[in-house]
Design a protein around this ligand. Structure first.
Ligand code: PEP
Ligand code: MG
Length: 580
C-alpha cells in the first residue's frame, strides 16, 4: 500500500527511485575526567583530531567536480575556516585544561555555548548557521571517537536513482552524495535556509527536509517518489501516482531546456518594456553564478557574512578586498548593503557588548541603528565601500531606514569620509549612489520624503511583511500570518514604487517576494522594474516577464488595489497571476 508523507520541499524536482537509508551513527559523547598530568597529552590528541578533520575536508574540496557551481567550494571553506578559528581551537584547548576533561567533552561544551548564541539570533539565515557549528564539531568528535559516519554509497544490482533518507546531512555530505550519484534526499531535521538546502538547490538535487520519523516510516530499497517542490514523498506508489509523476518529470525536463535558452535573452515584456534582473548574493564567489544566468548586476550583497565566525571585526583592507572581488567579478552595478546585524548577533565579532539581550531584537538596535551608534565600526565599512567604488559601479544600500534623520546622518558620514580619502590620495567614485532599503512601514509611508535624500530604493519585503503584519518572521507559531499578498503590504509596496518613480529614482525589490514566480505578474502590475533574487530564480522570472503585457497588468493591478475586501482582492490577484 502506498504511503504519502509530507515535509518541507527545499529543492525542486521530481525523482522516482529507491530508498537508501543512511544511519546516523548518533554520537554518544563520554565525559572523562583527566588529571593535571594528562592535560598536555589530551590537548595533543585534540590537535591531531582537528588536523585530521581539516585534511578530510580539504580532500572533499579537491573532489568537487569542476562543473559544480562556485559556491560549493565556499561552503566547504566556511567549515575549514571555522576549524581554524580560535573558537574551535584555543577555546577547546582552554576547556580541556580548565575543566580537566577529555577533548570530545570539551568540544561538546564549546558547541553548546556557540549553538546557544546562534539560537538567539533573530535573522533566520544567521540562526541556521548553528548547523555549521554542529557539523564541524561532530566531524572532529567522530575522528576522536573513531566513529566514522557510514555514508556508504548505494550498492547492489539496483540501478534505480537513490533517494537518501537521513536524520540530517552536512554540506560536506552533500558533496560526497553528489559524487556517488545520489539523486535526491530526505532529512528528518533542517530548514529551508540551511547551507545544506542552499547547496541542494545549487547542485539541482531535489530535497525534502523536516520529514519527521522518515527513517522509521520508510524501508530500505522501497520504491519512492520524491517531489521536492511540494515536499511530498510517496512510498510504494501505485501505478496512477507513478504515471502522474513520470509525466511531471518529462514536463520539467522540457521546461528546463526551454529556460536555459533564455540566458542571453534580454528581460523585455511582450509590450516592449525592459525589466532589470539582478542577483542577491551572500558570498563574494556567488557573483560568478549570478553572471552565468544572465544577471545584470547585484541587487543585494549581504555583508554580514564578513563579520561572522570570528573574534575580531574585519578591518578596512580585508573588507576592501572582499568588495573589490565582487565588483570586479560582477557584470553590472553591485549594490552592497551595509552591515545588517542586531545587538544579539555581535558577540563573536569582537564588539564590546554588554547588557541584557533585548526582548524584541527585531525592534531593537539593528542594522542602520547599530551602525550609527557604533560609528567607528560603520566608518571602517564605508571607507572600504567607497574605495571599492573606484573599481566599478558600486551602490551603497542602507538597511532598515525608518526616518529621514538616519539617512541624512549616514550620508553625512559618507561625505566626511570622502574628504578624508581625498586627503589621503585614495580613489573613490564621488557620485556613488546611496540608497535606502524600504523594509519598515514608516519608510514606505514616508517614501516621498526619503526619496529626496536617497539615490535609489530597494524593497526588503522579508522585513516589510514582518513589521507591517507584526509577525516575527522566524517564529513558526505565527508563520501562517506571513502573507505577502496582504492588502496592507501591497499598498505599501505600491506607495514605495510610485514615490520613488515620482522622484525619478530607481526602485528595486530584493526581498524573497521578488524571486517567487507566483508574484511576478502582480509586481510588474504594481510598477516594479527592477527585481533582485537568488540566481537560481532568474530565468524563471525572466520567462514570465517576457510573456507579460505590462500595460495590461498595470490596469489589473490598479483594480486589485481598489478591491473593497481581502477576498475580492485575492480573487483579482489570482486572475491577474494566471493571466486571465
Ligand atoms: C528583506 O528584509 O527583505 C531583505 C532583503 O533583507 P534580509 O532578508 O537580509 O533581512
Ligand atoms: Mg531585511
Amino acid at each position: 500500500m502506498s504511503l504519502w508523507l509530507s515535509g518541507i520541499g527545499v529543492s525542486r524536482g521530481v525523482v522516482i527511485g529507491r530508498v537508501h537509508k543512511v544511519h546516523s551513527g548518533e554520537l554518544d559523547i563520554p565525559e572523562v575526567e583527566i588529571s593535571n598530568g594528562q592535560i598536555a597529552d589530551e590537548v595533543q590528541r585534540f590537535r591531531e583530531g582537528l588536523a585530521e578533520a581539516k585534511r578530510q575536508l580539504s580532500d572533499i574540496r579537491e573532489k568537487i567536480p569542476a562543473s559544480a557551481p562556485p559556491d560549493i567550494a565556499a561552503f566547504i571553506d566556511t567549515h575549514l575556516l571555522m576549524m581554524q578559528d580560535s573558537a574551535m581551537s584555543d577555546a577547546v584547548e582552554a576547556l580541556i585544561a580548565e575543566r580537566h576533561c577529555n577533548a570530545e567533552w570539551a568540544l561538546k561544551l564549546q558547541r553548546d555555548s556557540l549553538v546557544a548564541v546562534f539560537d538567539q539570533m533573530e535573522d533566520a539565515y544567521l540562526r541556521t548557521r548553528r548547523d555549521d557549528v554542529e557539523h564541524v564539531t561532530q566531524r572532529i568528535q567522530r575522528i576522536l571517537l573513531k566513529q566514522d559516519r557510514p555514508l556508504n554509497a548505494p550498492r547492489g544490482k539496483n540501478t534505480a536513482p537513490a533517494v537518501v533518507v537521513a536524520d540530517d546531512i552536512t554540506p560536506a555530505d552533500i558533496i560526497i552524495l553528489h559524487q556517488q550519484g545520489v539523486a535526491a534526499y530526505i532529512t528528518e531535521y533542517g530548514g529551508p535556509l540551511s547551507h545544506t538546502a542552499i547547496l541542494a538547490r545549487s547542485l539541482g538535487i531535489p530535497a525534502i527536509v523536516g520529514l519527521h520519523h522518515a527513517r522509521r516510516l520508510l524501508s530500505d530499497d522501497e520504491e519512492i517518489i520524491l517531489d521536492g517542490e511540494q515536499g511530498h514523498a510517496i512510498a510504494s506508489p501505485d501505478l496512477q501516482a507513478l504515471e502522474f509523476y513520470r509525466r511531471r518529470q518529462a514536463r520539467d525536463a522540457r521546461y528546463r531546456r526551454m529556460l536555459s535558452r533564455l540566458k542571453k535573452e534580454p528581460a523585455v515584456s511582450s509590450d516592449g518594456q525592459k525589466i532589470t534582473l539582478l542577483a542577491n548574493i551572500e558570498l563574494s564567489e556567488d557573483s560568478k553564478a549570478a553572471h552565468a544566468v544572465g544577471a545584470e548586476g547585484v541587487g543585494l550583497y549581504r555583508t554580514e557574512f564578513l563579520y561572522m565566525n570570528r573574534d575580531r571585526l574585519p578591518d578596512e583592507e580585508e573588507q576592501y578586498e572582499a568588495y573589490r572581488k565582487v565588483v570586479s567579478a560582477a557584470h553590472g552595478p553591485v549594490t552592497i548593503r551595509t552591515l545588517d546585524l542586531g545587538a544579539d548577533k555581535q558577540i563573536d565579532s569582537g564588539r564590546s557588548h554588554s547588557g541584557p539581550t533585548p526582548s524584541n531584537p527585531a525592534l531593537g538596535l539593528r542594522a542602520i541603528r547599530l551602525c550609527l551608534k557604533e560609528a567607528d565600526m560603520f566608518r571602517v565599512q564605508l571607507r572600504a565601500l567607497l574605495r571599492a567604488s573606484a573599481e566599478g559601479a558600486v551602490r551603497i544600500m542602507l538597511p532598515m531606514i525608518s526616518n529621514l534623520q538616519e539617512l541624512r546622518q549616514a550620508r553625512h558620514i559618507i561625505e566626511e569620509l570622502k574628504v578624508e580619502l581625498r586627503a589621503e590620495g585614495l580613489a573613490f567614485d564621488n557620485n556613488v549612489p546611496v540608497g535606502a532599503m524600504i523594509e519598515v512601514p514608516a519608510a514606505a509611508l514616508a517614501a516621498p520624503m526619503l526619496a529626496r535624500y536617497a539615490d535609489f530604493f530597494s524593497l526588503g519585503t522579508n522585513d516589510l511583511i514582518q513589521y507591517t503584519l507584526a509577525i516575527d518572521r522566524v517564529d513558526d507559531e505565527v508563520n501562517y500570518l506571513y502573507d505577502p499578498l496582504h492588502p496592507a503590504v501591497l499598498r505599501l509596496i505600491h506607495m514605495s514604487i510610485t514615490s520613488g518613480q515620482a522622484a525619478g529614482i530607481p526602485v528595486s525589490m530584493c526581498g524573497e517576494m521578488a524571486s517567487d514566480p507566483r508574484y511576478t505578474h502582480l509586481l510588474l502590475g504594481l510598477g516594479l522594474t527592477e527585481f533582485s533574487m537568488h540566481p537560481s530564480s532568474i530565468l524563471e522570472v525572466k520567462r514570465i516577464i517576457m510573456q507579460s503585457n505590462i500595460a495590461e497588468l498595470r490596469i489589473r493591478a490598479a483594480a486589485v488595489l481598489e478591491s473593497s475586501d481581502a477576498a475580492e482582492m485575492h480573487e483579482r490577484i489570482a486572475a491577474l497571476s494566471n493571466g486571465h
